[in-house]
Design a protein around this ligand. Structure first.
Ligand SMILES: [Cu+2]
Length: 302
């Protein structure tokens, strides 16, 4: 029993250290290890939470991993074969049996707790979002409808439609609660902006997937379809342009007045090629030669 007490104390110490490491994880570990495969610096409030959950989970998994690897190597060395004598034949150790049943259950419970908290928050829909944008996926492009209210019956006040030549821009204001409502005209697509650390399927029919984000970093970010939807799935790209609320109002006013998206981009100070998508490079989304989005000659199928 003395032996078991020592082991118990050691495991207790390990759990404490692992817990502390997980707490610190969100701060520096992510940076040091390049986000463990996730893009760093998400651009929405929701992405920060998901990022911290991811880093905490990986650190907890690594802590358990190192502990188990340690035990394996300790057993291999400490109890290696030293002679022909049969080792002491023990059957079971009740405290240890209980411990290695309870500890994993605790670990799963903690992971579940934090996952449920973050997921509930990320999925939360407010009664009155600051603005609503309808995302329409179709083979093989995107349409973004700025709406006057949430819901399928709301009116579209302005619209951006991607074409074979032009990668559509989704211009949105920073610091506002934005509701996305997704629908598809044909097959299942998936709306994905990697920097949001989030994607959600776009369904045809009467399923209208919705989610909300508050964007907090102005800039330009590539968006993609993340659900294999057909021949030109890989070309189904768009660009999210996050601007200040004032500039967004000007952009929307220019669109409502009947301007094209490049015109409206011009109205808020973007010039030349900046009025078109700039982040899908080096991937070329054109499906025909001489698209006016970029210069160059290579087109799909040639
Ligand atoms: Cu698609």
């Amino acid at each position: 029993m003395k032996y078991s007490a020592t082991v118990l104390r050691r495991i207790g110490g390990f759990v404490t250290v692992a817990g502390l490491a997980s707490l610190l994880a969100g701060c520096d570990v992510g940076k040091t290890f390049d986000g463990f495969g996730w893009p760093q610096g998400g651009i929405s409030q929701q992405s920060e939470q998901m990022y911290n959950l991811w880093i905490g989970s990986v650190v907890a998994a690594l802590a358990v991993g190192f502990f188990v690897w340690g035990l394996i190597f300790w057993c291999v060395i400490r109890y290696r074969k030293r002679g022909d004598d049969l080792p002491v034949q023990t059957r079971f150790n009740m405290p240890l049996e209980v411990l290695y049943t309870v500890t994993p259950v605790l670990i799963v419970a903690v992971l579940f707790y934090y996952t449920a908290i973050v997921q509930t928050d990320v999925d939360k829909l407010s009664a009155k979002p600051d603005m609503t944008v309808e995302v329409v996926g179709f083979k093989w492009n995107w349409q973004f409808n700025y709406r006057d209210a949430p819901g399928a019956e709301a009116k579209t006040v302005a619209s951006t439609l991607g074409s074979t030549d032009v990668i559509p821009l989704l211009v949105l204001p920073a610091g506002k609660k934005i509701r996305f409502e997704e629908t598809s005209r044909d097959v299942i697509h998936s709306f994905w902006v990697p920097e949001l650390l989030f994607k959600r399927d776009v369904f045809p029919g009467n399923v209208r997937n919705a989610f909300e984000v508050t964007l907090d970093k102005p800039g330009r970010y590539v968006g993609r379809c993340a659900e294999l939807c057909g021949t030109y799935h890989a070309f189904m790209q768009f660009e999210l342009v996050v601007v200040s609320p004032e500039r967004f109002d000007q952009f929307l006013a220019a669109k409502v007045a009947g301007g094209s998206t490049p015109d409206a981009m011009g109205a808020i100070g973007f010039t030349g090629d900046q009025r078109y998508a700039v982040t899908t490079q080096p991937f070329d989304s054109r499906r025909i030669d001489q698209g006016w989005n970029q210069s160059g000659a290579v087109a799909a199928g040639e």
